[in-house]
Design a protein around this ligand. Structure first.
Ligand SMILES: NC(=O)c1ccc[n+]([C@@H]2O[C@H](COP(=O)([O-])OP(=O)(O)OC[C@H]3O[C@@H](n4cnc5c(N)ncnc54)[C@H](O)[C@@H]3O)[C@@H](O)[C@H]2O)c1
Length: 391
């Protein structure tokens, strides 16, 4: 059968834009024609376009008009506006995590001090505007949460479905030594700190897997109900001594969060997110069920391990994301994007685009994640008091 050609457009020209473009080369369900790139800063668009042999666009509207599917790879503060613009044109939109949030307003906005109830109310309103835009569009939102499509998480989905497993407790974590993005760490661009930027990954996967369990049980997901959370800003402590291995550029966001989630059925998840982890990205999720236990090691894992006595010997070799040094033993990744699920995610999204079915990682999952995160921030402002999640 001849494959359909689908026209894709990239919005943003940073880290996520690059891995989207790379993963697009590995989509097999359709022939992808990457029409071009649009970014806030025209010079960045041009640099990205010339590096990747693409056409730079100077108008977002023109890019949208020329494409069937748009990839929103921009800072979280811009997701709502861009996504609504795409949906109004009846096009499908792939939105990088997190879906949206609260980014404050005014010159004197400070992420440390604003009332968390205000943040929750604004985030919920933003989510609702996006859901309404999707409901009135022929296009759909696909929530680019790669953890959902990571092979280890999808294998666990199969285990849950085929054994009728009841998940009792999930432990999961994302941590590393700090983001490269200049917008990260400033609430007005990122909508929060570690919980928002990192915690959304394991949280999404935990909510997804409980959703899978619920659908097997009686056709509907088991959703989050109550949350308690504590956040801390360790690299902003007056006595923190930075020896140059961890980023400490966070102006008004946390760099550590611990979230305890209770689902509708009383089962629980414990999620940790932080910028305090040496040795590369730690992405793991552990399921304790009534009939099995699974540990999903997205990164690092020991699919391949290498000992390298001299750092510079590996100067042209990619080892793994955010690794501090290439010297000594490393869990060198033979295909990091595969373990992260980037190409599986885009293959699934283009399949949904062609067949017009909702993605496993859709706007409803993304909405549950955002409302849980901002309810968690409210809890953290009460030093961890339990807060109901009203969806
Ligand atoms: N799934 C993952 O593993 C993963 C990893 C990193 C980042 N992300 C997500 O990807 C998104 C982008 O993060 P990043 O690390 O690429 O950041 P980045 O700072 O490297 O790039 C952001 C890009 O967006 C552009 N931009 C910002 N506002 C814009 C606007 N209004 N219109 C057009 N372009 C605009 C910037 O110019 C820049 O090119 C964020 O939502 C982030 O959470 C996901």
């Amino acid at each position: 059968m001849t494959k359909k050609t689908v026209r894709a457009g990239i919005i943003g020209s940073g880290f996520a834009a690059q891995f989207h473009l790379d993963a697009l080369q590995r989509v097999s369900v359709a022939l992808i024609s990457v029409v071009g790139v649009y970014s806030r800063n025209p010079q960045n668009s041009e640099n990205f376009a010339s590096k990747n042999d693409l056409t730079p666009f100077y108008s977002l509207e023109e890019l949208i008009n020329s494409c069937d599917v748009l990839h929103v790879c921009t800072s979280p503060v811009s997701h709502e506006e861009i996504a609504i613009q795409v949906l109004k044109k009846d096009k499908d939109v792939i939105i990088e995590k997190p879906l949206t949030g609260y980014f404050g307003s005014g010159e004197n906005f400070n992420g440390d001090t604003f009332p968390r109830k205000t943040g929750l109310d604004y985030a919920v309103a933003s989510v609702n505007r996006m859901l309404e835009a999707e409901n009135s569009s022929k296009g759909m939102i696909m929530y680019a949460e790669n953890w959902i499509y990571a092979p280890a998480i999808q294998k666990e989905r199969e285990v849950i479905e085929k054994t009728n497993a009841q998940i009792l407790w999930i432990q999961a974590q994302q941590g590393h030594s700090g983001s490269h993005s200049l917008d990260y760490g400033k609430w007005k661009f990122s909508g929060g700190g570690s919980l928002m930027g990192k915690g959304c990954h394991p949280l999404s996967a935990a909510i997804y897997l409980k959703g899978v369990e619920g659908k097997v049980l009686d056709g509907k997901p088991i959703r989050p109900k109550k949350v308690s959370c504590q956040t801390h800003s360790i690299t902003r402590l007056p006595d923190f001594k930075n020896q140059g291995h961890l980023k400490d550029s966070y102006t008004d966001v946390e760099d550590y969060a611990s979230l305890h989630l209770v689902f509708e059925d009383g089962s629980i998840a414990d999620i940790v997110a932080s910028e305090l982890v040496h040795g590369g990205v730690k992405n793991y999720l552990e399921v304790h069920a009534n009939n099995h236990r699974t540990i999903c090691n997205l990164t690092p894992n020991n699919a391949m391990q290498t000992y390298n006595p001299v750092d510079t010997n590996f100067k042209d070799i990619y080892v793994s994301e955010k690794l501090g040094t290439k010297e000594g033993w490393s869990n060198i990744s033979p295909d990091e994007s595969w373990f992260n699920g980037y190409q599986h995610e885009l293959d699934a999204f283009y399949k949904c685009h062609i067949s017009r079915i909702s993605a496993e990682s859709n706007s409803l999952l993304a909405a549950d994640v955002i409302v849980t995160i901002y309810s968690a921030y409210l809890s953290a402002s009460f030093k961890g008091k339990e807060v109901s999640i009203d969806l």
